[in-house]
Design a binder for this molecule. Structure first.
Ligand code: 6PG
Length: 480
């Protein structure tokens, strides 16, 4: 027997509950379910008046409340809970029904699940949903992957509840199997890089220029009106502008300086290593969080290791403020260029045919990295779908060229003052490495050949060569 709800949501923690409310608020009948029924009752009691929402207590009831093909969104913690809930639901489903995982699952798990449920005649959609609790309620950015035909069955609902920018939904079919979760993973990786670049800029303004926290809040507010206009810059101004009620200090000064992470940034870096994509900005951002976590070691090292103290090293040079803004923008361009290069490599590796311009478009609203800047990326891919690197696009090429003197001054100043800016620095190193036709890797090859006879290629003739370093020093072609 089939019910009348068009879609179901199980897992009613804040993201699931808000997503269900968003669906109901659009007049779309939604069935809700949670392992402990108290949460379901509470949601229906408090928000059931917002739209057509049916509370269900058991899995059987939940499944029976849905029209066919059934559409079931699981909003549960990534990892084993997704398998457990999917299995429990699957036992009550019929061929063609659609399981949708809306959590931050690893894309390889999603690939496995798509395959597993296909064998059972069920369809599995792994979808990234970004925007935090506010986005889930008022319009997130949605990144669904799986079978295109299965997506067609949920497209109208997802595209209705997503954020909209310029009349377009921040949701589109991403690609087969794990593509949606992959793109969400890279979104989160870029979120890590964006955040790290922002905190480095803050550190420089505070300890490199010597500004007070409220002044820095104001500067971020000003930056948000220009090229850097983005959600993260906007909320940086708000977080820095907040005074702690108890101590009267800036709140940022009473928060422990140990960053946590749930894993998506690390996964992005891990897959970059697998694919051989130089993803330095995101990876440095992950490492910076790991370093921040070494609180006790850092306290001991601060007493022991020599070097300029960032605190008290201020030089009150206001010209550095503009330089930091430019360096931030140039580094951000590099971070995005790297993230998009990674998605391009993954698209080839996993056979996904990702439309990268569309990915930038669905990130313009709803998600954590939403920014004006993303429109430029969409334009770039519309102009050239086979683009190899965003740095080569005239708009970004010129923006970085214009910013680079400031960028170099900022990095030099930071290094001299002992202020660690790993994302700024590594982004610049990538830029300089990428624009160099002939680099020093020939020496790496020479060394590898010396100690391991790993061979090298020559610039002047084809083939592989080995020098008999320890014998007579002569060179031999090894593939002749
Ligand atoms: C989003 C966010 C969301 C979450 C991050 C936080 O797009 O809405 O990215 O998924 O806030 O996973 O990640 P960390 O806890 O690893 O910083």
């Amino acid at each position: 027997m089939a019910g009348e709800s068009r879609i179901g949501v199980t897992g009613l923690a804040v993201m699931g509950a808000n997503l269900a409310r968003n669906i109901a608020r659009h007049g779309i009948p939604v069935a809700v379910h949670n392992r402990s029924p108290a949460k379901t009752e509470e949601l229906v009691r408090e928000f059931g008046h917002e739209g057509p929402m049916t509370g269900t207590t058991t899995v059987e009831e939940f499944v029976a409340a849905l029209e066919r093909p059934r559409r079931l969104v699981m909003m549960v913690k990534a990892g084993p809970p997704v398998d457990a809930v999917a299995e429990e639901l699957a036992a009550h489903l019929e061929p063609g029904d659609i399981l949708i995982d809306g959590g931050n699952s690893h894309f390889q798990d999603t690939r496995r699940r798509v395959e597993h449920y296909r064998e059972r005649d069920l369809r599995f959609i792994g979808t990234g949903i970004s925007g935090g609790e506010e986005g889930a309620l008022n319009g997130p950015s949605i990144m669904p992957g799986g079978e295109r035909e299965a997506y067609a069955e949920i497209a109208d609902i997802f595209e209705t509840i997503a954020a909209h920018v310029d009349g377009l939904p921040c949701c589109t079919y991403v690609g087969p199997d794990g593509a949606g979760h992959y793109v969400k993973m890279v979104h989160n990786g870029i979120e890590y890089a964006d955040i790290q670049l922002i905190v480095e800029a803050y550190d420089l303004l505070r300890h490199g220029v010597g500004l007070e926290v409220p002044d820095i809040a104001q500067i971020f507010g000003e930056w948000n009106t220009g090229d850097l206009d983005s959600f993260l810059i906007e909320i940086t101004a708000k977080v820095l502008g907040k005074t702690d009620a108890e101590t009267g200090k800036p709140l940022v000064d009473v928060i422990v300086d140990q960053a946590e992470q749930k894993g998506t940034g690390r996964w992005t870096a891990q897959d970059a290593l697998e694919l051989g994509v130089p993803l330095t900005a995101i990876t440095e951002a992950v490492f910076a969080r790991s370093l921040s976590a070494l609180l006790e070691e850092r306290a001991a090292a601060a007493q022991t290791l020599a070097g300029p103290a960032p605190e008290g090293g201020a030089r009150e040079d206001r010209s550095l403020v503009d330089d930091v803004q430019r360096a931030l923008y140039a580094s951000k361009v590099v971070a995005y260029a790297q993230g998009f290069a990674q998605m391009s490599a993954a698209s080839g590796q996993y056979d996904w045919s990702l439309d990268l311009g569309a990915m930038a478009r669905i990130w313009r609203g709803g998600c954590i990295i939403r920014a004006r800047f993303l429109g430029r990326i969409t334009d770039a891919y519309e102009e050239d779908p086979n683009l190899t690197n965003l740095l080569m696009v005239p708009y970004f090429r010129d923006a970085v060229a214009e910013a680079q003197d400031a960028w170099r001054r900022v990095v030099s100043h930071a290094v001299a003052r002992g202020i660690a800016v790993p994302a700024f620095t590594s982004a610049l190193a990538y830029y300089d490495g990428y624009r160099r036709e002939r680099g020093p890797a020939s020496l790496i090859q020479g060394l590898r050949d010396y100690f391991g006879a790993h061979t090298y290629r020559r610039v002047d003739k084809p083939g592989s060569f080995h020098t008999r370093w320890a014998q007579d020093g002569t060179e031999a072609q090894t593939d002749a």
